[in-house]
Design a binder for this molecule. Structure first.
Ligand code: PFF
Length: 455
């Protein structure tokens, strides 16, 4: 092994950065903090960490194993392994979920562009109070033209990248930008925990209050673990299908999972101390990070530069995730329907733009979508829950049943270890895939259905 060539090393790193690019996104910096805030803080975080370890890592490895062996999109992968069966429908659900998630994700991603623009024009140079920040946010989300235009713009950027193929350029760019994002997050976290009153935020984030655990908390933590790791809809099957020969797949998969989880916790270290310091409610919902962050930039030296760097990186982190969402859908139409990549990216991206419009209007611009059909829930949150929690959970359980009982743990292990790199604790992997994941995810889903705690 003394003469490992640069090319080989870069192959594995290329995968790690592309997969980390998919995993690290708005899920970590926008969704994790507000879900933790809505679900009682520490107890949610603890359950989320448990699900990452017990379900997330085995599912990452299972998806990658399927991708490496079949070298196909999620539907094609199941077709290749069990032709003529109903299993490809699991891949089909994944493709549908890709649309469902992209249609609301693009709206939030569009908000990041507006904040980037604000930073570039110096809006966050002075200290903003929580109220000032809130009114800036409300101005943005209730303006129908802005919200629709920005999500369209974000989808356009996504289409432009995907139509060219997820090129080496993207890999190279993510290799520089992801570490940069990490550095900025660490600086912001240090600033945040040293704010007056910041410690209360850490207590809220890390001290579990077990009386706060409800079925909704458990469901949200499960959905968050899957969403954040881009699991349950075949994104990792697709990315695993491009994994270079001879490289250490188990190590790469586990590295991505750890990296992703660390970034979520880091985002928590920024948001919660700042929120307690400026007196915003933890349960403020999807606007949480957008309201809290601007009020800490102003208190940093060269705060506006930080704001520019942060929102630029956040938009890029979101872009590397939307690329993977559209890539799943595009790879299906290219492989299975014979469409060209260019046509798939444009047609499916534009279709997604129309699907995104109701979510863009769901934060006050349209009363109908803001309180969808009188349910008291806005259309964006509804989709976030439906696709981002339930559909991913269903996908994950089906995948574990497939790997555990149909394809077989030994085939999955053979694929993971094809290059001779051993998976640590293979028996534990089998146990988690065969028993823990189906039982735990199944129990949560059944409990939610029986008790009717859907939101
Ligand atoms: N993991 C992404 C995030 O945390 O922002 C979101 C995502 C991307 C979910 C790709 C699912 C997916 F297939």
């Amino acid at each position: 092994m003394a003469t490992v060539s640069r090319g080989q090393w870069s192959g594995r790193m290329g995968f790690i950065f592309a997969a980390a690019g998919s995993a690290i996104g708005l899920g970590n910096i926008w969704r994790f903090p507000y879900s933790a805030g809505e679900n009682g803080g520490g107890a949610f975080v603890l359950i989320y960490l448990f699900f990452v370890a017990a379900i997330g890592i085995p599912v990452v490895l299972s998806e990658l194993a399927i991708g490496r062996t079949t070298q196909r999109n999620p539907v094609g992968a199941f077709k290749a392994l069990v032709p003529g069966s109903l299993w490809p429908w699991v891949g089909g659900l994944g493709v549908l979920t890709g649309f469902g998630i992209l249609a609301f994700y693009a709206v939030i991603a569009g908000w990041t562009l507006s904040y980037l623009w604000g930073a570039l024009t110096g809006v966050y140079g002075g200290v903003l109070t929580a109220d000032e920040s809130l009114s800036l946010f409300n101005e943005l989300i209730t303006d129908p033209t802005k919200a629709i235009f920005l999500s369209g713009l974000f989808l356009l950027l996504t289409i432009l990248v995907v139509r060219g193929g997820v090129s080496k350029g993207i890999e190279r760019v993510t290799k520089i930008l992801m570490p940069l994002l990490l550095i900025i997050l660490v600086i912001l976290a240090i600033r945040s925990v040293t704010l007056p009153g910041g410690m209360d935020g850490l207590v809220y984030l890390f001290k579990p209050d077990f009386s706060k655990i409800t079925v909704t908390v458990v469901m949200s933590a499960l959905g968050q673990a899957l969403f954040s790791l881009s699991l349950g809809m075949g994104a990792m099957i697709t990315y695993g299908s491009y994994f270079p020969d001879g490289e250490n797949l188990p190590n790469a998969g586990i590295t991505v999972a750890i990296f992703d989880t660390a970034i979520a916790i880091l985002a928590g270290l920024i948001i919660f101390p700042a929120l307690f310091s400026v007196g915003v409610e933890p349960g403020a919902g999807p606007g949480l990070v957008f309201v809290v962050l601007p009020s800490i930039f102003g208190s940093l030296p060269a705060g506006n530069l930080f704001a520019i760097a942060f929102y630029a990186l956040l938009a890029i982190a979101a872009l590397t995730s939307t690329i993977s969402l559209l890539e799943v859908v595009v790879s299906y139409f290219v492989d299975e329907k014979g469409w060209s990549r260019n046509k798939s990216a444009w047609v499916l991206g534009i279709f997604c733009f129309f699907l995104a419009i109701p979510s863009a209007l769901a934060n006050g611009a349209s009363p109908f979508f803001s309180d969808f059909m009188g349910t008291g829930v806005d259309f964006l949150s509804l989709n976030n829950n439906l696709w981002g929690n339930y559909s991913l959970s269903l996908g994950a359980i089906a995948l574990c049943i497939f790997v555990g009982y149909k394809w077989g743990i030994s085939n999955a292990l053979a694929s993971l270890e094809a290059s001779g790199h051993k998976l640590p604790a293979p028996a534990l992997f089998g146990f988690l895939v065969r028993y823990v994941c189906p039982v735990a995810v199944g129990a949560v889903l059944i409990y939610v259905i029986v008790t009717g705690n859907y939101f």
